[in-house]
Write a protein that binds this ligand. Structure first.
Ligand code: SF4
Length: 376
């Protein structure tokens, strides 16, 4: 609750400074630096849901839409709400991360009267998709310039790219701390919600937790959380910890996918123009779901690599929980292939499909407990 009221105050201050707010569903590839450079706050929608929020979306979309997007619609639909700060949103970005994303974003713009911005990304990754990405950046620039009624200067954009890069490097540092997963996730979520203005808080947090150790670390079963993100106020990581587990790596959009996309100093000083840099980052984002056909094999290879270094250090394999939000096609369709491939490498996988219904919680905990018992 403090997080929501702090964020509400933060957005109100932005409005008083005449800053526009552009919201989008929390996946990857949205060029937040371009908004920042135009003085627009990029607001990553990353709130988990509950039955009430999901049900509130059914007037707009069928219940076969993923639970995250159902809840995101519900956040706008239920009044009065503790997410009242959503009334401050000036624009909503319609993007095509998946079918649910595009349907929910269109619904939000249409039925809650929020002007839309568009940013589309190719599903395949090749030379043409890079060209297409550049065209989308140019189009997005035009849309932002229409809002601000001024030109977006390259040096301003370059400044924002450097600012976000520094912020992500700090998050990467947080990632390496020896902290219990729920604590780490809480800070990651908060930082990603507030953006680079959270940098100093993040630095202080890292300094005061640098030498901390996880209490009774030897008794915990470490797992990598992959698949769909765990969003703000979702209980999933708590359930894993209650069952004796610990998420040691967040291989999700709210996690490593975000802060691993950083530029090296050489890249930043390479004289590439800022749009070339953004295209280059898109090109290197080979773990994105928009890297068809290789995304799943890339992901598997990356998890095997993480497991190998974990095994060297701990002399056992790490577990993998593949979190599938119900009706998320990106992760549900290939979950058997994913599990089979990793199990061949000796890594035990739990494909955990769920929505935000409260009634599922007991069953989810039982499945996690049974899975953790199987781990070394
Ligand atoms: S279906 Fe999956 S990828 Fe799409 S919005 Fe839902 S959680 Fe995100």
């Amino acid at each position: 609750m403090t997080l929501l009221s702090d964020f509400s105050l933060f957005l109100q201050e932005k409005k008083q400074e005449d800053v526009k707010i552009a919201a989008f569903l929390a996946h990857d590839n949205i060029p937040e630096e371009m908004m920042d450079a135009c003085g627009i706050f990029p607001f990553r929608m990353m709130f988990g849901g509950n039955e009430e929020l999901m049900n509130a979306s059914h007037d707009y979309l069928p219940p076969s839409t993923c639970a995250f997007t159902q809840s995101s619609i519900g956040l706008f639909a239920i009044k009065p709400s503790k997410y009242q700060f959503l009334d401050l949103v000036d624009y909503f970005i319609v993007s095509n991360h998946c079918v649910s994303d595009i349907c929910a974003s269109e619904t939000i713009t249409k039925y809650f009267n929020i002007p839309r911005l568009n940013f589309y990304v190719s599903y395949t990754k090749n030379e043409n998709s890079e060209k297409y990405f550049r065209l989308e950046l140019e189009d997005f620039k035009r849309q932002l310039e229409d809002i601000t009624k001024s030109k977006l200067a390259d040096d301003k954009l370059y400044g924002s790219i450097k600012k976000y890069n520094k912020f992500k490097q700090k998050l990467l540092e947080l990632n390496s701390l020896n902290l219990i997963g729920s604590k780490k996730l809480h800070i990651i979520q908060e930082a990603m919600l507030f953006g680079p203005s959270y940098y100093d808080k993040l630095t202080d947090f890292i300094e005061s937790n640098r030498d901390k150790q996880i209490h009774q670390a030897d008794t915990l079963k470490n797992v990598i959380l992959t698949g769909c993100s765990v969003f703000i106020s979702d209980y999933l990581v708590d359930s894993i910890e209650d069952a004796g587990g610990n998420v040691c790596f967040f291989d999700t959009w709210i996690g490593s996918h975000y802060y691993s996309q950083i530029f090296s100093e050489d890249e930043l000083n390479s004289n590439l123009n800022p749009y070339d840099l953004l295209v280059q980052r898109y090109k290197k984002n080979f773990l994105s779901d928009h890297s068809v056909p290789n995304f799943l094999d890339n992901k598997i290879a990356q998890l095997v690599k993480i497991n190998n270094s974990y095994k060297k250090k701990h002399d056992k394999n790490v577990g993998v929980i593949n979190h599938i939000i119900k009706f998320c096609d990106h992760f549900s369709m290939l979950s058997s292939y994913f599990k089979e491939k990793l199990q061949k490498e000796g890594i035990k996988v739990l494909n955990l499909e769920r929505d935000y219904s409260g009634g599922n919680r007991g069953q989810i905990s039982t499945r996690i407990e049974a899975y953790l018992e199987m781990l070394e």
